[in-house]
Design a protein around this ligand. Structure first.
Ligand SMILES: Nc1ncnc2c1ncn2[C@@H]1O[C@H](COP(=O)(O)OP(=O)(O)OP(=O)(O)O)[C@@H](O)[C@H]1O
Ligand SMILES: [Mg+2]
Length: 228
């Protein structure tokens, strides 16, 4: 699905790896390792200074950037909603492509487990967890194949984080999504991940199965990271 060939950018050094369709990948490692930087390369929020990135055999620079970002959705730690109602936010993406149908709205809210009555609410008045649900619904509205998640639950309290995590797990299953998620939470990594990419200082230090790689780390770096 995705293929990185000798990609360098900022802190990232010569990364070569590929990700298969429907794989559930956890990107983890110490703060400053380059996880967010790497994640942003997938939908061209960053562009490599050298090397190439392919999506299904085609270099991502050859895609129209709006089309790429429709297929490769991104959800961040802080919900990036714009002022307005829940409906304004969820219809935004599809409206750009003239693909919005008001009947979609109800279904989208169901996916993220919010009542339909929330459509008219001002997003400024929602709780952190609710905002994160709207943020997810807005991304799903574009019918992505790939979901990029940068610590999507780390700004939430423990309980809300678990609720959002369950919601995510469900969505990924129902929509057959490929997931690439950054998380510092190894319990979450075990619950949602199948494959782990462990990064230190801009390099991929381990690439393995979850939970096996967490139980039997091969490198000193991962061993130490798990201990801490
Ligand atoms: N274009 C760039 N050129 C050089 N250095 C950069 C560039 N972009 C980011 N960096 C540096 O790369 C490092 C990695 O940043 P990044 O935000 O990707 O880390 P992270 O692994 O997501 O960390 P955290 O867990 O704290 O979110 C940081 O030290 C950052 O300052
Ligand atoms: Mg980060």
């Amino acid at each position: 699905m995705f293929q990185f060939k000798d990609v360098s950018y900022g802190p990232l050094k010569d990364l070569t790896f590929s990700i298969n369709k429907k794989e559930k990948v956890i990107l983890f490692g110490p703060s400053g390792a380059g996880k967010s930087t790497l994640l942003f390369l997938f939908n061209r929020l960053h562009s490599p200074s050298s090397g190439s990135i392919y999506l299904k055999e085609q270099e991502i620079v050859d895609f129209e950037v709006t089309e790429l970002r429709k297929r490769v959705g991104l959800v961040l730690q802080e919900p990036n909603l714009f002022p307005g109602t829940v409906l304004d936010n969820v219809k935004y993406g599809p409206s750009i492509f003239g693909e919005w149908d008001d009947q979609e709205a109800e279904k989208l809210l169901q996916y993220v487990q919010l009542p339909e009555s929330y459509l008219d609410r001002d997003v400024a008045q929602l709780s952190g967890g609710e905002k994160q649900r709207v943020s997810l619904a807005r991304t799903l509205a574009n019918s992505p194949d790939v979901l990029l998640l940068d610590e999507p639950t780390s700004a939430l309290d423990y309980r809300t984080a678990e609720e959002i995590e369950e919601c995510l797990e469900n969505l990924i299953e129902v929509h057959n999504l490929t997931m690439i998620m950054v998380t510092h939470n190894l319990k979450q990594a075990r619950r949602l991940g199948e494959r782990g990419l462990f990064m230190v200082d801009g390099r991929l230090v381990e690439d393995g199965r979850i939970p096996e790689m967490l139980e039997k780390p091969k490198s000193k770096e991962l061993e130490k990271f798990i201990e801490d």
